[in-house]
Each structure stands twice: as structure tokens, then as C-alpha cells.
Design a protein around this ligand. Structure first.
Ligand code: ATP
Length: 249
């Protein structure tokens, strides 16, 4: 099973230090990890550092991966300018770094990714003409179709309506378990994190605040210190923990 361990990771843009000394226990395949932190905390930078796009000390150690390109990334910005259909754009993402010839298995993976995310009806549409939410789901399909061991998603639900946020996060959770895939999703909705993620990794100003099971890490004290809100956590009618935010402080 794949694991990702952050070992005293740092990152900088030029001379500007953004991340310092971020460490985690091994994050394991089959789990969803919520990456949490206020605006400008360094969440996207952490993804870029894991992807090897930025320099810095320490390392993001990947062990037990089954593929040569173990990490797929869905960026925060999902603008599409190329004149491609949804199907073509997802197939192109599938073929990145692979042989040039498209095999039947590649086409099946594209069909599967579109169906899993409920966007198979968009297959023939021009990607430039999609709504923001549709584009975000296509972007998720482009990452998923790469069959990664580790899937990094940067605010994947920011453009989705409430129904699609819930169903999308539920699908991700299921896929993580079925494929033994590690999913790390940067989320601003801590209620979603509490409901769908197994672990939470919280950063603030480029430093680690806490990393561990969501039920422990997401608590009123952390929310007050890091997110500057008063909150409480109560069980909902189905017994799941529910975050209630009282006020910004
Ligand atoms: N290309 C860049 N060059 C220089 N500084 C950058 C660059 N990208 C981001 N930064 C800076 O790095 C810091 C962390 O940014 P980052 O995008 O990682 O934060 P984030 O936690 O993802 O924020 P948000 O929740 O607002 O998306 C910010 O101060 C930002 O201004």
C-alpha cells in the first residue's frame, strides 16, 4: 500500500520561505486526508512541493507506489482554453507520460472516470463552454483517469452546488477505499472535512499546526486559534459529528 510521509518539508518561491519544517506520520492509501488552513497558509504550495515543482529542504517520501507516475494533481484553477471535447481532454490527461498509442484500456478508463463522477453526458461537449461546476468535475476526472496512487485535489468542491459537494466527496471516499488510493484534498469547509476525511493536516503561515484523526484535530480550540471562529461540534440526527460555527472573532 502506498504511503506519503512529509519529512521536515520546506518550500520557497525564490528567496521567500513559504513552508517550514512540515512533518507528518505516514499518510496511507485508502484514506482521505483533509488539508486545512486559512487563506495563504501554504496549502497549494504544499501540493506543488509534493509534486516536485518547488525547491526546499526535507522531503515528501512516497513508498509502496504501484505506478511510475504515482501522483496526480487537480489544481485550484480549472480554466480551459484548448479546443477539445470533455472526452478528448480526459483522454489526453490519461495519456500524459504514457506511450503514444491509445489502447482500449485507456478508453475504458476515460469512460469509467466520467461515469464515476456522473459527467458522462458531457463527453461530447466543448470544454470551453462548460459551467464552472462542470469544469471542476472534468478537472477531477482528468486527475482520476491517471489511476494515481496519490490524488492531490486543491479545493475540489469550491464551484459545486451543495448536492454535488456531498455526492462528490462521498464518491472520493469510496474510490480511496476501493483503489487503496491516498487522497489529499485542500478544503475550506471544515464541516465537510469532519464528515468525509479520515485525517486532517492543518497548516498556518506555512507551519504545521496539527496532523491526526479528524475527530481529534478539528476541535473548537483549533478553530479559535487557527481559523478565528467560535464553534461547537454536536452529533447530527444520524449521529455524525457536525460543526456549528457561532461567530468570527
Ligand atoms: N508563484 C508564487 N510566487 C510567489 N509567492 C507565491 C506564489 N504562489 C503563492 N505565493 C504565496 O505563497 C503563500 C501561500 O500561498 P498558497 O497559494 O500556497 O496558499 P493557500 O493556503 O493555498 O491559500 P488559499 O486558501 O487562499 O488558496 C501566499 O503568501 C502567496 O502569496
Amino acid at each position: 500500500m502506498v504511503t506519503l510521509t512529509l519529512d521536515r518539508l520546506s518550500a520557497r518561491y525564490g528567496r521567500r520561505q513559504i513552508l517550514s519544517d512540515i512533518s507528518s506520520p505516514p499518510l496511507q492509501g485508502g484514506q482521505v486526508v483533509a488539508l486545512l488552513g486559512p487563506n495563504a497558509a501554504g496549502k497549494s504550495t504544499l501540493f506543488r512541493r509534493i509534486l516536485g515543482l518547488l525547491e526546499g529542504d526535507g522531503e515528501a517520501r512516497i513508498e509502496g507506489a504501484g505506478s511510475q507516475r504515482p501522483v496526480a494533481y487537480m489544481p485550484q484553477e480549472t480554466g480551459a482554453t484548448a479546443a477539445l471535447t470533455v472526452y478528448e481532454s480526459v483522454l489526453l490527461a490519461r495519456m500524459q507520460g504514457r506511450r503514444l498509442k491509445v489502447a482500449d484500456a485507456d478508453l475504458q478508463e476515460v469512460d469509467k472516470a466520467l461515469a464515476e463522477l456522473g459527467i458522462d453526458t458531457l463527453a461530447g461537449r466543448d470544454i470551453g463552454n462548460l459551467s464552472g461546476g462542470q469544469r471542476q468535475l472534468v478537472s477531477a476526472a482528468q486527475a482520476l483517469v491517471q489511476s494515481p496512487d496519490i490524488l492531490l485535489l486543491d479545493e475540489p468542491t469550491s464551484a459545486l452546488d451543495l448536492h454535488r459537494q456531498i455526492s462528490f466527496l462521498g464518491i472520493l471516499r469510496q474510490l480511496a477505499q476501493e483503489r487503496n488510493m491516498l487522497i489529499i484534498a485542500a478544503l475550506h469547509d471544515l464541516g465537510h472535512a469532519l464528515r468525509f476525511a479520515d485525517q486532517a493536516l492543518v497548516i498556518e503561515s506555512g507551519r504545521l499546526v496539527d496532523c491526526g484523526p479528524c475527530g481529534q484535530v478539528i476541535n473548537p480550540h483549533m478553530l479559535r486559534q487557527t481559523f478565528r471562529v467560535e464553534s461547537r461540534i454536536e452529533p447530527c440526527s444520524q449521529g455524525r459529528p457536525q460543526l456549528i460555527v457561532e461567530a468570527a472573532i
